[in-house]
Write a protein that binds this ligand. Sequence first.
Ligand code: PMP
Length: 403
Amino acid sequence: MILIKDRDDYFMQFSEKILNTPSSFIRNILKVTDAPDVISFAGGLPNPISFPTDALQKSINAAIEENGTKIFQYSTTDGYLSLRQYIADKYKKNYGYDVQPEDILITTGSQQALELIGKVLLNKGDGAIMEEPGYLGAIQAFTLAEPTFYSVTLENDGLNIEELEKALQNPNVKFIYTVPNFQNPTGLTYSKEKREQIYEVVKKYDVALIEDDPYGELRFEGEPLPYIGAGRLENSILLGSFSKTVTPGMRLGFLITKNKEIMQHIVTAKQATDLHTNIFSQYVIYDYLANNEYQEHVNKIITLYREQSNAMLDAIAKYFPSNIKYTKPEGGMFIWVTLPEGSSALQLFHKAMEEKVAFVPGDPFYTSKTNVNTFRLNYTNATPEVIEEGIKRLGKILHDEFE
Ligand code: PMP
Protein backbone atom coordinates (compact mmCIF):
# COMPACT_ATOMS: atom_id res chain seq x y z
CA MET A 1 0.00 0.00 0.00
CA ILE A 2 1.39 3.41 -0.96
CA LEU A 3 0.78 6.15 1.58
CA ILE A 4 -0.14 9.44 0.01
CA LYS A 5 2.00 11.96 1.86
CA ASP A 6 1.87 14.82 -0.54
CA ARG A 7 -1.19 15.13 -2.78
CA ASP A 8 0.75 17.09 -5.42
CA ASP A 9 3.00 14.07 -6.03
CA TYR A 10 0.12 11.67 -6.23
CA PHE A 11 -0.81 10.03 -9.51
CA MET A 12 -2.79 6.92 -10.29
CA GLN A 13 -1.02 3.94 -11.80
CA PHE A 14 -3.48 2.80 -14.46
CA SER A 15 -3.37 -0.66 -15.99
CA GLU A 16 -1.54 -1.13 -19.27
CA LYS A 17 -4.67 -2.65 -20.72
CA ILE A 18 -6.70 0.49 -20.25
CA LEU A 19 -3.84 2.76 -21.29
CA ASN A 20 -3.53 0.80 -24.53
CA THR A 21 -7.25 0.74 -25.29
CA PRO A 22 -8.44 3.56 -27.55
CA SER A 23 -11.42 5.54 -26.32
CA SER A 24 -14.21 5.39 -28.87
CA PHE A 25 -13.16 7.69 -31.70
CA ILE A 26 -16.75 7.87 -32.88
CA ARG A 27 -18.13 8.82 -29.47
CA ASN A 28 -15.46 11.53 -29.29
CA ILE A 29 -16.11 12.98 -32.74
CA LEU A 30 -19.88 12.80 -32.22
CA LYS A 31 -19.41 15.56 -29.67
CA VAL A 32 -18.27 17.85 -32.51
CA THR A 33 -20.54 16.53 -35.23
CA ASP A 34 -23.69 16.68 -33.13
CA ALA A 35 -24.03 20.47 -33.48
CA PRO A 36 -27.52 21.30 -34.81
CA ASP A 37 -26.30 22.99 -38.01
CA VAL A 38 -24.07 20.05 -39.04
CA ILE A 39 -25.37 17.42 -41.46
CA SER A 40 -23.98 14.33 -39.81
CA PHE A 41 -23.39 11.02 -41.55
CA ALA A 42 -21.05 10.13 -38.69
CA GLY A 43 -23.18 8.33 -36.09
CA GLY A 44 -24.33 4.76 -36.43
CA LEU A 45 -27.67 5.27 -34.78
CA PRO A 46 -30.90 3.61 -35.84
CA ASN A 47 -33.50 6.14 -36.96
CA PRO A 48 -35.65 7.00 -33.89
CA ILE A 49 -38.81 6.88 -35.99
CA SER A 50 -38.18 3.15 -36.15
CA PHE A 51 -38.69 2.71 -32.40
CA PRO A 52 -42.11 1.17 -31.60
CA THR A 53 -42.69 3.65 -28.78
CA ASP A 54 -46.46 3.20 -28.33
CA ALA A 55 -46.28 -0.57 -28.39
CA LEU A 56 -43.37 -0.54 -25.94
CA GLN A 57 -45.34 1.72 -23.61
CA LYS A 58 -48.18 -0.84 -23.57
CA SER A 59 -45.65 -3.62 -23.02
CA ILE A 60 -44.12 -1.82 -20.05
CA ASN A 61 -47.54 -1.68 -18.35
CA ALA A 62 -48.46 -5.23 -19.36
CA ALA A 63 -45.12 -6.64 -18.20
CA ILE A 64 -45.52 -5.04 -14.77
CA GLU A 65 -49.13 -6.16 -14.42
CA GLU A 66 -48.36 -9.72 -15.44
CA ASN A 67 -45.10 -10.27 -13.64
CA GLY A 68 -45.44 -8.16 -10.48
CA THR A 69 -42.34 -7.72 -8.36
CA LYS A 70 -40.27 -10.29 -10.33
CA ILE A 71 -39.65 -7.67 -12.96
CA PHE A 72 -37.83 -5.48 -10.39
CA GLN A 73 -35.91 -8.28 -8.68
CA TYR A 74 -32.44 -9.74 -9.33
CA SER A 75 -32.63 -12.49 -11.90
CA THR A 76 -30.70 -15.33 -13.53
CA THR A 77 -27.49 -14.74 -15.47
CA ASP A 78 -28.66 -16.65 -18.58
CA GLY A 79 -31.64 -14.35 -19.12
CA TYR A 80 -35.43 -14.59 -19.16
CA LEU A 81 -36.40 -18.07 -20.31
CA SER A 82 -39.41 -17.02 -22.43
CA LEU A 83 -37.21 -14.54 -24.30
CA ARG A 84 -34.55 -17.18 -24.92
CA GLN A 85 -37.25 -19.59 -26.10
CA TYR A 86 -38.55 -16.91 -28.49
CA ILE A 87 -35.05 -16.40 -29.92
CA ALA A 88 -34.47 -20.17 -30.21
CA ASP A 89 -37.76 -20.63 -32.09
CA LYS A 90 -36.92 -17.78 -34.44
CA TYR A 91 -33.52 -19.21 -35.40
CA LYS A 92 -35.08 -22.61 -35.94
CA LYS A 93 -37.80 -21.14 -38.15
CA ASN A 94 -35.67 -18.66 -40.13
CA TYR A 95 -32.41 -20.62 -40.49
CA GLY A 96 -33.28 -24.22 -39.62
CA TYR A 97 -30.68 -23.81 -36.86
CA ASP A 98 -31.43 -26.18 -33.97
CA VAL A 99 -31.04 -23.78 -31.04
CA GLN A 100 -32.35 -24.47 -27.53
CA PRO A 101 -32.82 -21.84 -24.80
CA GLU A 102 -29.76 -23.23 -22.96
CA ASP A 103 -27.62 -22.32 -25.99
CA ILE A 104 -28.58 -18.66 -25.58
CA LEU A 105 -27.28 -16.02 -23.18
CA ILE A 106 -29.01 -12.63 -23.04
CA THR A 107 -26.34 -9.92 -22.94
CA THR A 108 -26.23 -6.19 -22.28
CA GLY A 109 -26.19 -5.45 -26.00
CA SER A 110 -24.03 -7.55 -28.30
CA GLN A 111 -21.22 -5.20 -27.31
CA GLN A 112 -21.06 -6.95 -23.93
CA ALA A 113 -20.81 -10.32 -25.66
CA LEU A 114 -17.68 -9.08 -27.45
CA GLU A 115 -16.06 -8.02 -24.21
CA LEU A 116 -16.95 -11.32 -22.53
CA ILE A 117 -15.51 -13.31 -25.43
CA GLY A 118 -12.26 -11.37 -25.11
CA LYS A 119 -12.14 -12.13 -21.39
CA VAL A 120 -12.87 -15.82 -21.82
CA LEU A 121 -10.75 -16.70 -24.85
CA LEU A 122 -7.75 -14.37 -24.88
CA ASN A 123 -4.61 -14.44 -22.80
CA LYS A 124 -2.26 -11.50 -23.29
CA GLY A 125 -0.66 -11.86 -26.72
CA ASP A 126 -3.13 -14.44 -28.07
CA GLY A 127 -4.23 -14.02 -31.66
CA ALA A 128 -7.53 -12.51 -32.79
CA ILE A 129 -8.19 -12.52 -36.53
CA MET A 130 -10.05 -9.39 -37.56
CA GLU A 131 -11.67 -8.09 -40.72
CA GLU A 132 -9.78 -5.10 -42.13
CA PRO A 133 -11.48 -2.70 -41.87
CA GLY A 134 -13.47 -3.97 -38.87
CA TYR A 135 -16.01 -2.89 -36.28
CA LEU A 136 -14.26 -0.47 -33.96
CA GLY A 137 -16.30 -1.53 -30.93
CA ALA A 138 -14.93 -5.06 -31.35
CA ILE A 139 -11.38 -3.74 -31.71
CA GLN A 140 -11.92 -1.77 -28.51
CA ALA A 141 -13.53 -4.66 -26.57
CA PHE A 142 -10.84 -7.18 -27.55
CA THR A 143 -7.98 -4.71 -26.96
CA LEU A 144 -8.82 -4.82 -23.24
CA ALA A 145 -7.62 -8.44 -23.30
CA GLU A 146 -4.29 -7.37 -24.88
CA PRO A 147 -4.32 -9.66 -27.92
CA THR A 148 -2.20 -9.75 -31.06
CA PHE A 149 -4.46 -8.72 -33.91
CA TYR A 150 -4.09 -10.41 -37.30
CA SER A 151 -5.87 -8.39 -39.96
CA VAL A 152 -7.40 -10.04 -43.00
CA THR A 153 -8.54 -7.83 -45.86
CA LEU A 154 -12.29 -7.58 -46.23
CA GLU A 155 -12.99 -7.76 -49.96
CA ASN A 156 -16.29 -7.04 -51.69
CA ASP A 157 -17.45 -10.62 -51.13
CA GLY A 158 -15.89 -11.31 -47.71
CA LEU A 159 -12.53 -12.15 -46.14
CA ASN A 160 -9.53 -12.73 -48.41
CA ILE A 161 -9.05 -16.50 -48.21
CA GLU A 162 -5.27 -16.62 -48.70
CA GLU A 163 -4.75 -14.05 -45.97
CA LEU A 164 -7.13 -15.94 -43.70
CA GLU A 165 -5.25 -19.21 -44.21
CA LYS A 166 -1.96 -17.45 -43.53
CA ALA A 167 -3.27 -15.81 -40.35
CA LEU A 168 -4.54 -19.19 -39.14
CA GLN A 169 -0.99 -20.56 -39.33
CA ASN A 170 -0.21 -18.57 -36.17
CA PRO A 171 -0.56 -21.08 -33.35
CA ASN A 172 -1.73 -18.44 -30.87
CA VAL A 173 -4.96 -17.65 -32.78
CA LYS A 174 -8.08 -18.12 -30.65
CA PHE A 175 -10.84 -16.77 -32.84
CA ILE A 176 -11.91 -15.10 -36.06
CA TYR A 177 -14.29 -12.17 -35.74
CA THR A 178 -16.67 -11.51 -38.64
CA VAL A 179 -19.71 -9.37 -39.42
CA PRO A 180 -21.02 -11.28 -42.46
CA ASN A 181 -24.11 -9.17 -43.16
CA PHE A 182 -23.95 -5.44 -44.02
CA GLN A 183 -20.75 -5.04 -42.14
CA ASN A 184 -19.87 -2.10 -39.96
CA PRO A 185 -18.09 -0.01 -41.28
CA THR A 186 -18.23 -1.05 -44.97
CA GLY A 187 -21.83 -2.16 -45.54
CA LEU A 188 -20.39 -5.22 -47.34
CA THR A 189 -21.98 -8.68 -47.25
CA TYR A 190 -20.12 -11.98 -47.59
CA SER A 191 -21.21 -13.91 -50.70
CA LYS A 192 -22.62 -17.43 -50.38
CA GLU A 193 -19.52 -18.89 -52.04
CA LYS A 194 -17.15 -17.01 -49.74
CA ARG A 195 -19.10 -18.19 -46.69
CA GLU A 196 -18.67 -21.78 -47.85
CA GLN A 197 -14.95 -21.29 -48.54
CA ILE A 198 -14.42 -19.75 -45.10
CA TYR A 199 -16.27 -22.65 -43.49
CA GLU A 200 -14.06 -25.17 -45.32
CA VAL A 201 -10.91 -23.38 -44.13
CA VAL A 202 -11.99 -22.73 -40.54
CA LYS A 203 -13.25 -26.25 -39.82
CA LYS A 204 -9.65 -27.51 -40.07
CA TYR A 205 -8.56 -25.36 -37.10
CA ASP A 206 -9.31 -25.39 -33.42
CA VAL A 207 -10.44 -21.77 -33.30
CA ALA A 208 -13.78 -20.10 -32.59
CA LEU A 209 -15.67 -18.36 -35.37
CA ILE A 210 -17.62 -15.34 -34.18
CA GLU A 211 -20.43 -14.15 -36.44
CA ASP A 212 -21.68 -10.81 -35.16
CA ASP A 213 -25.01 -10.11 -36.83
CA PRO A 214 -26.81 -7.04 -35.52
CA TYR A 215 -27.93 -5.94 -39.01
CA GLY A 216 -28.90 -9.25 -40.69
CA GLU A 217 -32.65 -8.66 -40.54
CA LEU A 218 -32.32 -5.28 -42.24
CA ARG A 219 -31.86 -6.57 -45.78
CA PHE A 220 -33.34 -4.34 -48.49
CA GLU A 221 -31.79 -6.03 -51.56
CA GLY A 222 -31.10 -9.65 -52.52
CA GLU A 223 -31.70 -12.90 -50.68
CA PRO A 224 -30.89 -13.82 -47.07
CA LEU A 225 -27.78 -16.04 -46.88
CA PRO A 226 -26.89 -18.88 -44.52
CA TYR A 227 -24.46 -18.26 -41.68
CA ILE A 228 -20.84 -19.38 -42.11
CA GLY A 229 -20.42 -21.54 -39.04
CA ALA A 230 -23.56 -21.23 -36.92
CA GLY A 231 -25.29 -24.59 -36.72
CA ARG A 232 -22.34 -26.55 -38.08
CA LEU A 233 -19.00 -25.47 -36.57
CA GLU A 234 -18.26 -26.84 -33.12
CA ASN A 235 -16.77 -23.54 -31.95
CA SER A 236 -19.34 -21.23 -33.48
CA ILE A 237 -20.45 -18.14 -31.59
CA LEU A 238 -23.32 -16.17 -33.09
CA LEU A 239 -24.24 -12.73 -31.77
CA GLY A 240 -27.54 -10.97 -32.24
CA SER A 241 -29.09 -7.75 -31.01
CA PHE A 242 -32.41 -5.95 -30.65
CA SER A 243 -30.64 -2.60 -30.99
CA LYS A 244 -31.21 -2.08 -34.70
CA THR A 245 -34.70 -3.58 -34.93
CA VAL A 246 -36.45 -2.54 -31.71
CA THR A 247 -34.39 -0.15 -29.57
CA PRO A 248 -30.70 0.20 -28.63
CA GLY A 249 -31.47 2.00 -25.36
CA MET A 250 -32.81 -1.13 -23.69
CA ARG A 251 -29.36 -2.70 -24.25
CA LEU A 252 -30.51 -6.16 -25.25
CA GLY A 253 -28.40 -8.54 -27.26
CA PHE A 254 -27.68 -12.25 -27.18
CA LEU A 255 -24.98 -14.81 -27.71
CA ILE A 256 -25.71 -18.24 -29.18
CA THR A 257 -23.33 -21.16 -28.95
CA LYS A 258 -23.90 -24.88 -28.76
CA ASN A 259 -20.42 -25.30 -27.27
CA LYS A 260 -21.22 -25.92 -23.60
CA GLU A 261 -17.71 -25.13 -22.39
CA ILE A 262 -17.60 -21.75 -24.11
CA MET A 263 -21.06 -20.96 -22.72
CA GLN A 264 -20.16 -21.96 -19.17
CA HIS A 265 -17.09 -19.69 -19.08
CA ILE A 266 -18.93 -16.80 -20.68
CA VAL A 267 -21.68 -17.10 -18.08
CA THR A 268 -19.06 -16.97 -15.31
CA ALA A 269 -17.47 -13.88 -16.87
CA LYS A 270 -20.91 -12.27 -17.12
CA GLN A 271 -21.63 -12.99 -13.46
CA ALA A 272 -18.45 -11.14 -12.58
CA THR A 273 -19.37 -8.26 -14.87
CA ASP A 274 -23.02 -7.47 -14.13
CA LEU A 275 -24.71 -10.56 -12.59
CA HIS A 276 -27.38 -10.45 -15.30
CA THR A 277 -28.82 -8.32 -18.09
CA ASN A 278 -31.50 -5.77 -17.12
CA ILE A 279 -34.48 -8.01 -16.37
CA PHE A 280 -37.02 -5.20 -16.68
CA SER A 281 -35.97 -4.68 -20.31
CA GLN A 282 -36.11 -8.42 -20.95
CA TYR A 283 -39.70 -8.76 -19.73
CA VAL A 284 -40.76 -5.67 -21.68
CA ILE A 285 -39.20 -6.75 -24.96
CA TYR A 286 -40.60 -10.24 -24.59
CA ASP A 287 -44.09 -8.83 -24.14
CA TYR A 288 -43.52 -6.62 -27.16
CA LEU A 289 -42.29 -9.51 -29.33
CA ALA A 290 -45.07 -11.85 -28.23
CA ASN A 291 -47.92 -9.39 -28.80
CA ASN A 292 -46.97 -7.40 -31.90
CA GLU A 293 -46.33 -8.06 -35.56
CA TYR A 294 -42.55 -7.88 -35.27
CA GLN A 295 -41.88 -8.71 -38.92
CA GLU A 296 -44.21 -5.94 -40.09
CA HIS A 297 -42.33 -3.54 -37.85
CA VAL A 298 -38.96 -4.67 -39.27
CA ASN A 299 -40.34 -4.35 -42.81
CA LYS A 300 -41.08 -0.68 -42.11
CA ILE A 301 -37.47 -0.10 -41.07
CA ILE A 302 -36.27 -1.91 -44.19
CA THR A 303 -38.43 0.31 -46.41
CA LEU A 304 -37.12 3.43 -44.67
CA TYR A 305 -33.45 2.42 -44.93
CA ARG A 306 -33.81 1.34 -48.56
CA GLU A 307 -35.10 4.79 -49.41
CA GLN A 308 -32.31 6.50 -47.47
CA SER A 309 -29.61 4.26 -48.91
CA ASN A 310 -30.87 4.89 -52.44
CA ALA A 311 -30.95 8.62 -51.79
CA MET A 312 -27.32 8.53 -50.69
CA LEU A 313 -26.17 6.30 -53.56
CA ASP A 314 -27.98 8.48 -56.12
CA ALA A 315 -26.44 11.63 -54.62
CA ILE A 316 -22.96 10.08 -54.60
CA ALA A 317 -23.33 9.07 -58.25
CA LYS A 318 -24.40 12.64 -59.07
CA TYR A 319 -21.98 14.70 -56.95
CA PHE A 320 -18.78 12.68 -56.31
CA PRO A 321 -15.92 12.67 -58.85
CA SER A 322 -15.62 9.37 -60.71
CA ASN A 323 -12.27 8.44 -59.07
CA ILE A 324 -13.94 8.02 -55.68
CA LYS A 325 -14.99 4.41 -54.96
CA TYR A 326 -17.86 3.39 -52.70
CA THR A 327 -19.76 0.30 -51.61
CA LYS A 328 -23.42 -0.44 -52.45
CA PRO A 329 -25.03 -2.00 -49.39
CA GLU A 330 -27.76 -4.63 -49.61
CA GLY A 331 -28.92 -3.75 -46.11
CA GLY A 332 -27.85 -2.22 -42.83
CA MET A 333 -26.76 1.33 -42.25
CA PHE A 334 -23.45 2.18 -43.92
CA ILE A 335 -21.62 3.09 -47.13
CA TRP A 336 -17.81 2.96 -47.24
CA VAL A 337 -15.92 5.43 -49.39
CA THR A 338 -12.36 5.03 -50.71
CA LEU A 339 -10.43 8.11 -51.79
CA PRO A 340 -7.55 8.00 -54.26
CA GLU A 341 -4.43 6.22 -52.96
CA GLY A 342 -2.31 8.32 -50.60
CA SER A 343 -5.00 10.79 -49.59
CA SER A 344 -6.11 11.33 -46.00
CA ALA A 345 -9.74 10.94 -44.90
CA LEU A 346 -8.86 12.69 -41.64
CA GLN A 347 -7.76 15.83 -43.51
CA LEU A 348 -10.93 15.63 -45.57
CA PHE A 349 -12.94 15.36 -42.33
CA HIS A 350 -11.61 18.73 -41.12
CA LYS A 351 -12.45 20.37 -44.46
CA ALA A 352 -15.91 18.77 -44.39
CA MET A 353 -16.57 20.07 -40.89
CA GLU A 354 -15.86 23.61 -42.17
CA GLU A 355 -18.70 22.99 -44.65
CA LYS A 356 -20.81 21.55 -41.81
CA VAL A 357 -20.97 17.97 -43.02
CA ALA A 358 -19.57 15.02 -41.07
CA PHE A 359 -18.53 11.39 -41.54
CA VAL A 360 -16.23 9.00 -39.70
CA PRO A 361 -12.67 8.89 -41.07
CA GLY A 362 -11.56 5.26 -41.50
CA ASP A 363 -8.67 5.21 -38.99
CA PRO A 364 -10.45 3.70 -35.94
CA PHE A 365 -11.61 0.72 -38.01
CA TYR A 366 -8.04 -0.51 -38.52
CA THR A 367 -5.94 -2.24 -35.86
CA SER A 368 -2.62 -0.96 -37.18
CA LYS A 369 -3.05 1.58 -39.99
CA THR A 370 -3.40 5.33 -39.58
CA ASN A 371 -4.12 8.23 -41.88
CA VAL A 372 -6.08 5.98 -44.21
CA ASN A 373 -7.90 7.02 -47.40
CA THR A 374 -11.29 5.56 -46.41
CA PHE A 375 -14.33 6.80 -44.51
CA ARG A 376 -17.76 5.68 -43.35
CA LEU A 377 -21.08 7.28 -44.20
CA ASN A 378 -24.27 6.51 -42.28
CA TYR A 379 -27.55 7.13 -44.09
CA THR A 380 -30.18 6.15 -41.53
CA ASN A 381 -30.53 9.46 -39.73
CA ALA A 382 -31.36 12.02 -42.37
CA THR A 383 -34.20 12.60 -44.82
CA PRO A 384 -33.48 12.04 -48.54
CA GLU A 385 -33.39 15.85 -48.99
CA VAL A 386 -30.83 16.34 -46.22
CA ILE A 387 -28.81 13.39 -47.52
CA GLU A 388 -28.67 15.01 -50.96
CA GLU A 389 -27.57 18.36 -49.51
CA GLY A 390 -24.85 16.76 -47.35
CA ILE A 391 -23.47 14.66 -50.20
CA LYS A 392 -23.53 17.70 -52.49
CA ARG A 393 -21.37 19.61 -49.98
CA LEU A 394 -18.98 16.68 -49.70
CA GLY A 395 -18.90 16.29 -53.47
CA LYS A 396 -17.83 19.91 -53.88
CA ILE A 397 -14.88 19.40 -51.55
CA LEU A 398 -13.96 16.15 -53.30
CA HIS A 399 -14.03 17.84 -56.71
CA ASP A 400 -11.76 20.60 -55.41
CA GLU A 401 -9.35 18.06 -53.88
CA PHE A 402 -9.28 15.14 -56.25
CA GLU A 403 -9.99 16.34 -59.76
N1 PMP B 1 -21.54 -5.30 -33.47
C1 PMP B 1 -21.59 -4.47 -34.50
C2 PMP B 1 -21.03 -4.91 -35.81
C3 PMP B 1 -22.16 -3.20 -34.36
O1 PMP B 1 -22.19 -2.37 -35.41
C4 PMP B 1 -22.70 -2.82 -33.11
C5 PMP B 1 -23.35 -1.48 -32.87
N2 PMP B 1 -22.85 -0.41 -33.49
C6 PMP B 1 -22.61 -3.74 -32.05
C7 PMP B 1 -22.04 -4.97 -32.26
C8 PMP B 1 -23.11 -3.41 -30.67
O2 PMP B 1 -24.48 -3.31 -30.65
P1 PMP B 1 -25.35 -3.48 -29.36
O3 PMP B 1 -24.43 -3.58 -28.18
O4 PMP B 1 -26.21 -2.27 -29.30
O5 PMP B 1 -26.14 -4.73 -29.56
